[in-house]
Design a binder for this molecule. Structure first.
Ligand SMILES: [Zn+2]
Length: 88
């Protein structure tokens, strides 16, 4: 019996959580109002993730909010099948 050839590595799927080394706070600023992380309410340097905003989906795209990776502290609600983080 010959050994079965090793399977080629699975094609990497795109990470849906888009992370960036730093936020692009100026790009998303509206007028004089700078955008800030909705959790810590600052735009301090650090890795950010783009979190799609519910209700903004259009043609496979959605508006998104920049959130510091370090600020994320999600919880899993098993009963309702939700992963969430309540913001103050
Ligand atoms: Zn933050």
């Amino acid at each position: 019996m010959t050994k079965k050839a090793a399977k080629p590595p699975k094609k990497k799927t795109r990470n849906k959580m888009r992370t960036f080394e730093n936020g692009n706070w100026d790009k998303y600023a509206k007028g004089d109002k700078k955008t800030v992380c909705p959790i810590c309410k600052t735009n301090k340097p650090g890795k950010v993730v783009l979190i799609p905003i519910v209700g903004t989906q259009e043609d496979g795209n959605a508006q998104a909010e920049q959130v510091h990776l370090d600020c994320l502290d999600p919880w899993f609600d098993k009963q309702n099948r939700f992963i969430y983080q309540k913001l103050k």
